[in-house]
Design a protein around this ligand. Structure first.
Ligand code: NAP
Ligand code: GDD
Length: 386
């Protein structure tokens, strides 16, 4: 079998990093597009980095941006990929309300730039394209659960931009016979999830609270519901979609939905913290009312036990609500129907929500312990003018 070449846009993101490792393990040559940044932005893929001077390297990085047609066209021309995974995006829903034009440019027109470059370069019959579509397209949901035939009702500049990207992908497939497919992925998380998405914000904060590094966390809408899976499972679906003989669009989801409040509760219990929620709306709080000491010692360590027990003794508030995190228009409920992907792709997730939470909490407790050790050693503060 000839060696395949893949181009991943957004290789420095959560999904891009997992997908790059997955494809390298399958023997692919992987090209990734990364943005120029004033700081290193390759943390998630540093373990995959190969010095270009070694013999027969398999991973190559190219500077690029989805808003730059010339650059996209050049990278595709140079790399001649068999498969393109378009994962790059301004992917934060709340931020898209503040950067609506940029989001439309990168997330909407960016997809068009890739499709058109492939067509103009005469690669329409060679290069298969995966477009990272999203359950945010369902927005104000018109059906429960949501499947490939559920009508869209986007509720943010991000979702509206992704709606354009979805349909332009379908259009190029139908107009030019391109192997271009949408994966309509529901929320997927992991220990390398961006720090401002709700799950990672919670697992990081609870870990810091457990170690005495942080007092409390402020959240937005605790009532919204998400269908959460593990990113490691979801990137396998991306790969499977491009291995199908015919292009098509697939929902990737677990079929189970959970409130943000319950996610916090489950993540806290994972390390032995018991939270009781009181009040409603912006006045809701979560108090620490008990500690499962055995669990806490196993998951966090006895060194940190006394301070957390004394906080539980006075029923200290560890979760609050700040309206700043409420969105102008919200997506209240997402729950996917993955029947098509299970039957046609043979896709099955290995992780359920408790296993995802265990993975994320284990990783963040470890990460925050590193921070705690640095603090103990006096290496945590940096001032330029002292
Ligand atoms: P992520 O962690 O935010 O990664 C996004 C990637 O896109 C990063 O590599 C980022 O680069 C890059 N990027 C952003 N703007 C760019 C631009 N203008 N030009 C080139 N690259 C740019 O997102 P993710 O969670 O891995 O998600 C991957 C894709 O799936 C995204 O398109 C997202 O919208 C979509 N999606 C995600 C989920 C989910 O639950 N994770 C669900 C459905 C769909 P920097 O590292 O430099 O920022
Ligand atoms: N980020 C965040 N921060 N969300 C909060 C908070 C908070 O403090 N408090 C409550 N939420 C609620 C949000 O209002 C939303 O209803 C839900 O938690 C999930 O928010 P995010 O984790 O930011 O994800 P998202 O669902 O908006 O978007 C993610 O999933 C989409 C797929 O449905 C992103 O990864 C998108 O790129 C992706 O398309």
């Amino acid at each position: 079998m000839t060696q395949k070449t893949a181009l991943i846009t957004g290789i420095t993101g959560q999904d891009g990093a997992y997908l790059a490792e997955y494809l390298l393990k399958k023997g692919y040559i992987v090209h990734g597009m990364k943005r120029r940044s004033s700081l290193f932005n390759t943390d998630r893929i540093d373990h995959l980095y190969q010095d270009p001077h070694i013999e027969d390297p398999k991973l190559f990085l190219h500077y690029g941006d989805l808003t730059d047609s010339l650059n996209i066209t050049r990278i595709i021309q140079e790399t001649q990929p068999d498969e393109i995974y378009n994962l790059a995006a301004m992917s934060h829903v709340q931020v898209s309300f503040e950067t609506a034009e940029y989001t439309a440019n990168a997330d909407g027109l960016g997809t068009l730039r890739i499709l058109e470059a492939v067509r103009l370069l005469g690669l329409a019959k060679k290069t298969r394209i995966y477009q990272a579509s999203t359950s945010e397209l369902y927005g104000l949901v018109q059906q429960v659960p949501q499947s490939e035939t559920t009508p869209f009702y986007p509720r943010s500049p991000y979702a509206v931009a992704k709606m354009y990207a979805y349909w332009i992908t379908v259009n190029y497939r139908e107009a030019y016979g391109m192997h271009a497919s949408n994966g309509i992925l529901f929320n997927h998380e992991s220990p390398i999830r961006g720090e401002t998405f709700v799950t990672r914000k919670v697992t990081r904060a609870l870990s810091k609270i457990a170690l005495g590094l942080q007092q409390s966390i402020f959240m937005g809408n605790l009532n919204s519901r998400r269908d959460w899976g593990h990113a490691k499972d979801y990137i396998r679906a991306m790969y499977l979609i491009l291995q199908q003989e015919k292009p098509s669009d697939y929902v990737i989801a677990t079929g189970i939905t959970t409130t943000i409040r319950d996610f916090i509760d489950m993540a806290a219990k994972e390390i032995g913290l018991k939270i009781e929620f009181r009040g409603e709306g912006p006045d809701e709080i979560g108090v620490l009312y008990d500690v499962d000491q055995e669990r806490f010692i196993e998951k966090v360590g006895d060194k940190y036990l006394d301070q957390i027990i004394s906080r539980a003794a006075v029923k200290d508030v560890i979760v609050g609500v700040d309206k700043r995190y409420f969105r102008p228009t919200e997506v209240d409920l997402l729950i996917g129907d993955p029947t098509k992907s299970k039957t046609q792709l043979g896709w099955e997730p290995y992780y359920d929500l408790p296993a995802l939470i265990t993975d994320m909490m284990n990783s963040d407790v470890k990460l925050m312990k590193k921070e705690s050790y640095l603090k103990e050693g006096g290496y945590d503060i940096m001032n330029y003018f002292e």
